[in-house]
Design a binder for this molecule. Structure first.
Ligand SMILES: *Cc1c(COP(=O)(O)O)cnc(C)c1O
Length: 384
């Protein structure tokens, strides 16, 4: 077996991305400018008619802006899953709102709509579903609940580009906003970056202003429009959340490859499914017939009858030169969140059980067939 180290994930950067970054650097406009604008336009066009895309320097920033634009503040409650990354709930805390965690559907790792329904109070303002691994949540149930209780939905789609729900791309459903991540390991990347998309022009306008210090106009317009001037007005206490043109240069080309990359990820996931179907594992939930899973992650669950537990499995894989990860350490187990809301580990039993058994094995498009064969051989060897 090769002793070469296989990382958990690597970005898939081509010569087109490199050339565009070099051009951006040579052109002298390195911060938010024409390439960021083009990336937004291309992204909106990818999703389809009526969508507005606001480029930001992280998905965390995009979710913060969306909640801010929806008026979330002290006294409000935001419902999300405990089975996510800390970025999802933390944005509510930035605004002084409270987080209400709910448990997951153990089959999909996605938040359970019945648990969401039970968690709604008169203070609830927003529901934040997270499409874990790139498998869309039960959005029909969540959007119906939101409509019935007059709540907004902000989707954490950090894993879900591109993915479809009942034939519609994630980002085009009837949520108030959907936020994608272009972090280094995500399905498409800009190094660090994100995109907030919405059908609501007012919400888009507020997010555009707040991502740039609460200016009344875009920095790009300020320097390039015929009416360019030194004058601007600060109309709100905004943030510094704009995406640079260097990052957007990468994004423009990543976006063009998004379907090809998704296709490759799906083929790799199918190869794993076939290889592991007789092992003591629970395979990741697939998409419903006709829909697309983004396959950002390949989350395996080791069953109780597996010869080794999850932690030992990860150690042994590491010894074989293969890096694995865990998605996720539930929010309610982390000291900050546990301390704030006095959670007990057993408060969310489905998430706790999933966490204890879950291991994400490498799935990224730079992996060769041989790399994948090596992972399959290692997993099969450890679990047979
Ligand atoms: C990566 C990730 C984020 C944060 O994305 P950034 O672009 O790094 O801010 C948010 N939610 C989930 C579920 C993620 O995996």
């Amino acid at each position: 077996m090769s002793s070469k180290f296989l990382p958990f994930a690597l970005p898939d950067i081509g010569e087109e991305e490199i050339a565009e970054v070099v051009e951006a650097l040579r052109g002298g406009w390195v911060t938010t400018g024409p390439r960021a604008k083009q990336f937004e336009e291309d992204f909106a066009a990818f999703l389809g008619e009526g969508l507005r895309a606001v480029a930001v320097n992280s998905a965390t920033a995009g979710m913060h802006l969306a909640l801010e634009a929806l008026g979330v503040g002290p006294g409000d409650e935001v419902i999300t899953s405990t089975y996510t990354y800390t970025a999802t709930p933390v944005v509510a805390r930035y605004l002084g709102a409270d987080v209400v965690l709910v448990d997951i559907d153990p089959r999909t790792f996605n938040l359970d709509p019945d648990k969401v329904a039970a968690a709604i109070t008169p203070r609830t303002k927003v529901i934040m579903p997270v499409h874990i691994a790139g498998l869309p949540c039960d959005m029909e149930a969540i959007l119906q609940l939101a409509a019935r209780h007059n709540l907004s939905v902000v989707e954490d789609a950090a894993h879900a580009f591109p993915a479809t729900y009942k034939g519609r791309l994630i980002g085009t459903l009837d949520s108030a906003a959907t936020v994608f991540s272009f972090y280094a390991t995500k399905t498409i990347t800009t190094g660090e970056g994100g995109m907030m998309v919405t059908r609501n022009p007012e919400l888009a306008r507020r997010c555009r202003s707040m991502r740039l210090h609460g200016f009344d106009r875009n920095v790009f317009d300020r320097y390039t429009s015929p009416k360019a001037s030194w004058y601007y007005e600060v109309v709100a206490p905004g943030y510094s959340y704009n995406l640079t043109d260097i990052a957007a240069a990468i994004g423009i080309h990543q976006l063009r490859k998004a379907w090809a990359l998704q296709n490759k990820r799906q083929q790799m996931a199918e190869r794993y499914n076939e290889a592991f179907k007789n092992l003591p594992v629970v395979l990741p939930a697939g998409p419903p017939a006709g829909d697309t899973h983004a396959w950002h992650l390949y989350p395996l669950r080791l069953r109780a009858d597996a010869p080794i537990g999850r932690d030992e499995f990860i150690n042994k894989m590491q010894q074989l030169g293969i890096s694995c990860s865990v998605h996720f350490i539930p929010i309610h187990l982390h000291p900050y969140w546990r301390g704030l809301y006095h959670y007990q580990p057993g408060d969310f039993p489905a998430a706790l059980a999933a966490y204890e058994q879950e291991v994400s094995i490498p799935l990224f498009t730079k992996m060769t067939d041989d790399d994948q064969a090596r992972v399959i051989e290692a997993v099969t060897g450890l679990l047979s």
